[in-house]
Design a binder for this molecule. Structure first.
Ligand SMILES: [Ca+2]
Ligand SMILES: [Ca+2]
Ligand SMILES: [Ca+2]
Ligand SMILES: [Ca+2]
Length: 505
């Protein structure tokens, strides 16, 4: 070894020592790395990729990934993808000098992704083949972006699901030892949804003092013209009122989405023009004034054709559906001798009036034997034409000379509180009707869970698309005229951000 070479060697070693010393001085102490930009938990379907790309603050020597304790990668990001359903613990470990920092992520891997669905839309969920034939299948939502959803099931391996809020819903399906996890991804549809009535499908009022006025009949109007007028009156946010006339008169309306039946909450309301009496002479009276309960029927669009055609109708079982005994005005009604019968299979037929003019010059005096009616209880009588409304009370666009309505007839709820025919109070039923409480009163809200089928059995509906309202009381209240339900705006409470707790009947 010559001197020149030795010198170079010594020189290099010296340089190396100096630089090592400097480096050590600079490395102590070093700030710990921080791992952000990843969630604590994720849901993903089997064979689907989930790219985990954390943000790392401060210098790292390495970033090590383990999945259920097995080392999976050493990289700044990791593409998670597995073929088996289950729960996976992913641990990210960041090292630098003197520091080891960990971040734990729990990833739930579901068997498959259900098809995408939209908000406020009924989706049929199906469990995998292993659940075939089971009748004790339990469906639960185990993770959801909000509580505004419904899963309706009856033990079968299929269930109906709908949600108000977009996002990812994790559904657990189980039967004994069998378990599946499904994911439902709920999206906002491109076309925005309205919380208000979107369509009117049918309208036929029973004779009444506001018929041909609300909406206004004009010469030549047909059923279609009138239906368009009804739509113009009650569709959308800015609305007015239509009358359903006397007992049985109805309207059928719908929404542009399914109103979700959220558990524990009232879901929608059908507005009317009910108001409270301000000078009821009765001491401490229950709520009453102009309460003209409309019976509510609901349906969802089972055959998904946008029309209430072959879909089953369900009754919203209001407080007076079988008897008025639990109404706060029951005792008063006995004293007042109103007709307290609740007739669940009632039928009533109204005849076209023979005479519209009572023979006075102004044409507005009353006609006592105006519209003849009969019912399926063997009773008959006449509806009166009063002195305040001179137009025909029989729907003028209707060709038939008689109209027959079928449904539930509630107890009468109107009482002459003056004792001399000057002050009538129509009392509110506890819950479950339209035009029965003022619209902003919580008691005007309807819970879809009050629905029963035609045999009176409670049904577990995911939501509803269609509503039918018909006048529920048959009563003449002196000068005030007949009890007739008015219908205005219909509103989905969830979509409107209104939270009204239900009551359990
Ligand atoms: Ca509900
Ligand atoms: Ca349909
Ligand atoms: Ca009325
Ligand atoms: Ca009314």
């Amino acid at each position: 070894m010559n001197n020149q070479f030795k010198f170079l060697l010594y020189f290099s070693c010296a340089l190396f020592l100096i630089s090592s010393c400097k480096k050590e001085a600079a490395e102590t102490p070093e700030s710990a790395p921080a791992i952000t930009g990843v969630e604590a938990s994720y849901y993903v379907a089997v064979n689907n990729e989930l790219l985990l790309k954390p943000t790392i603050e401060n210098r790292v020597d390495s970033l090590v990934w383990t999945v259920n304790g097995q080392r999976a990668a050493n990289a700044l990001q990791y593409n998670f993808k597995v073929k088996d359903a289950g729960t996976y613990n992913v641990v990210i470990t960041a090292y630098n000098r003197g520091n080891i920092i960990q971040k734990v992520i729990q990833i739930t891997v579901a068997r498959y992704l259900s098809q995408q669905t939209n908000t406020n839309t009924i989706l049929t969920l199906e469990a995998s083949a292993k659940f075939a034939g089971k009748n004790d299948v339990k469906w639960e939502i185990v993770s959801a972006p909000s509580e505004l959803y419904r899963i309706s099931a009856n033990g079968a391996p299929t269930a109906l699901f709908t949600a108000v809020t977009k996002g990812s819903y994790q559904v657990k399906v189980s039967s004994g030892e069998l378990i599946d996890t499904l994911l439902v991804n709920v999206q906002q549809p491109e076309k925005s949804q309205s919380p208000f009535t979107a369509k009117v499908f049918d309208y036929l009022p029973a004779p009444g003092q506001f018929v041909n006025e609300l909406p206004k009949y004009e010469k030549g109007d047909t059923y279609e013209t009138i239906l368009a007028k009804v739509s113009k009156t009650i569709v959308g946010e800015e609305t007015s009122f239509i009358t359903l006339g006397g007992w049985g008169g109805y309207v059928v309306l719908g929404f542009d989405h399914t109103i979700t039946n959220v558990a524990g909450r009232r879901d929608f309301r059908i507005e009317g023009n009910a108001f409270g009496a301000n000078s009821n002479p009765r001491p401490n009276p229950p709520f009453g004034g102009s309460c003209e309960p409309g019976i509510i029927m609901v349906a969802y669009d089972k055959n998904k054709n946008g029309k209430p055609d072959e879909d089953e109708w369900y009754e919203i079982k209001g407080s007076g559906s079988t008897s008025p005994e639990n109404e706060p005005w029951y005792t008063a009604a006995i004293t007042a001798k109103v007709d307290l019968r609740t007739l669940r299979n009632y039928e009533m037929t109204y005849q076209r009036p023979a005479n519209e003019t009572p023979g006075t010059p102004d044409g507005v005096a009353s006609i006592k034997n105006y519209i003849q009616w009969t019912n399926n209880q063997g009773e008959q009588g006449y509806k009166i034409k009063n002195t305040f409304h001179s137009q025909s009370y029989y729907p003028a666009w209707v060709k038939d000379d008689k109209l027959t309505f079928k449904g539930i007839r509630l107890s009468q709820n109107g009482m002459d509180e003056s004792g001399q025919g000057s002050y009538f109070v129509l009392y509110a039923f506890n819950y479950g009707y339209a035009d029965n409480f003022p619209n902003n009163d919580d008691r005007a809200g309807i819970d879809i869970d009050w629905a029963v089928d035609k045999n009176g059995n409670k049904v577990n509906l995911p939501g509803i698309d269609f509503v039918k309202v018909y006048t529920g009381v048959d009563q003449e209240n002196g000068w005030l005229g007949e009890n007739s339900t008015e219908v205005g705006r219909g509103q989905d409470l969830h979509m409107s951000g209104i939270n009204i707790a239900t009551i359990q009947p």
